[in-house]
Design a protein around this ligand. Structure first.
Ligand SMILES: Cc1cc2nc3c(=O)[nH]c(=O)nc-3n(C[C@H](O)[C@H](O)[C@H](O)COP(=O)(O)OP(=O)(O)OC[C@H]3O[C@@H](n4cnc5c(N)ncnc54)[C@H](O)[C@@H]3O)c2cc1C
Length: 387
């Protein structure tokens, strides 16, 4: 028998499915071809309240836990859609919720919950500092009641579809800090003011329909009251948000994996070659069955990580393993689906190649697989530090 929690999660799943049915695969295919942002879909997800799932009710959100948010994003991807353009509105606000002042929370969270304000840009990566975050060179220097920010960022997504962006900058020079992770600070940048006033945004065309950009910051002025938390503690705030992001993205990968398995299975049952269904051949069945097993196993780790997160228990190892296993499994399923479809697998009309490109990203961003392995080796298995 289902627990009340499982029942409400099932209802949540149903609701998301119904919303996604209004955005068939052709909608995503068309946007992919034009490299356009899914504005209508993001609006629908906002109006339904789903993107405010993690915002407490007192600020106008749904006040749900991470396990529920996982269900939402998983279902989006399972339908053949891509949650990526919308997911950051769900979790980027976590930095304000956890580390912002009461004034910042009451100023921004209700607007983010209603969708009036979009906070779906998070600026960390730089041309000279991707994986090695503490080497960032963007600086923020205090000038009276403002900070003046200079530097460059790369692959910062959804900047042109956001009102606000969280930005990491160095406030104390590297030479003056005991540890590289100190002296970094987090700022809330109002993009409506900054773009054209020192902030230049150059879109980058990437493999999938992802609206990512290069940023040039030249004397961008941000009010000192937009500093989040304490000056110098920004790296800790970034780390704090990582578990939630990894678990949610792992759930998206599970959704992708289930999409590929559904499609590959259906194709294998229907497609006839040599007068028999291709799915009658074990050479076709077995890779699908193996990919299915790996997706289901990854899902168990996602569920475990989300449950620990919701119980306020340490979940770093599980969040990282969930992301690793789910990203690997979704790409395996993508590859299997593409092979099962034969030539149709690389034909845009069948949506496999689009989803293949979309799910491939998650072995690289927001964290690459090697860095997860290195975390597990060093922090979980206590193996020697390598860098
Ligand atoms: C489409 C897209 C959207 C993105 N959106 C955002 C965003 O919104 N905000 C943001 O801040 N960033 C964003 N990123 C950036 C993303 O987080 C980085 O690309 C990612 O962290 C990897 O950094 P890098 O590209 O500089 O790779 P590098 O740091 O150059 O690493 C290259 C490769 O070397 C490996 N490597 C490096 N060092 C080691 C080591 N010591 N041991 C083993 N392997 C190692 C890495 O695992 C990686 O595979 C986005 C990227 C993409 C592609």
């Amino acid at each position: 028998m289902m627990s009340p929690e499982d029942m409400s999660r099932e209802q949540l799943r149903e609701g998301v499915r119904e919303l996604c049915d209004r955005f068939p695969n052709a909608y995503w295919r068309d946007l992919d071809e034009k490299r356009e942002y899914p504005e209508q879909f993001v609006r629908a997800m906002t109006e339904s309240g789903y993107l405010a799932a993690l915002i407490p009710r007192q600020y106008g959100g749904m006040g749900l836990g991470l396990a529920d948010a996982c269900v939402i994003l998983e279902e989006v991807n399972r339908s053949g859609a891509n949650a990526n353009p919308a997911h950051a509105q769900m979790y980027t606000m976590g930095t304000i919720l956890r580390h912002g002042s009461n004034k910042q929370k009451s100023t921004y969270l209700p607007g983010i919950a209603s969708g009036e304000l979009r906070l779906q840009a998070f600026g960390v990566t730089e041309p000279e500092a991707g994986t090695d975050t503490t080497s960032i060179r963007t600086t923020a220097v205090r000038d009276g009641n403002q900070y003046v920010i200079n530097g460059r960022k790369i692959y910062i997504s959804r900047v042109l579809q956001s009102d606000l962006m969280l930005l990491l900058a160095r406030t104390t020079p590297l030479s003056e800090v005991e540890r590289k992770s100190r002296g970094l600070s987090m700022f809330l940048v109002d993009l409506r003011e900054a773009i054209g006033n020192g902030l230049t945004v150059k879109p980058r065309r990437v493999m999938m329909n992802n609206h990512t950009n290069e940023l040039l910051l030249e004397d961008v002025r941000v009010p000192a009251e937009n500093l989040i938390g304490e000056e110098g503690e920004g790296f800790r705030y970034v780390l704090d948000g990582l578990n939630a992001e990894r678990i949610l993205i792992a759930a998206e990968c599970v959704g992708d994996g289930r999409f590929f398995i559904d499609r590959a299975t259906r194709r294998a049952k229907n497609r006839e070659v040599f007068g028999r269904k291709i799915g009658e051949n074990q050479g076709v069945q077995f890779p699908i069955a193996r990919a299915y097993a790996n997706i289901e196993a990854a899902n168990l780790m996602v569920e475990k990580a989300a449950a620990l997160f919701d119980a306020d228990e340490p979940c770093g190892a599980e969040a990282n393993m969930a992301k690793l296993l789910a990203a690997d499994a979704s790409f395996e399923a993508a590859n299997v689906a593409l092979q099962t479809f034969g030539g149709y697998g690389v034909d845009a009309e069948y949506d496999i190649e689009r989803k293949f490109r979309e799910t491939r990203l998650y072995q690289v961003a927001p964290i690459s697989t090697n860095l997860i392995l290195s975390y597990l080796a060093e922090h979980v298995l206590d193996l020697p530090r390598s860098f």
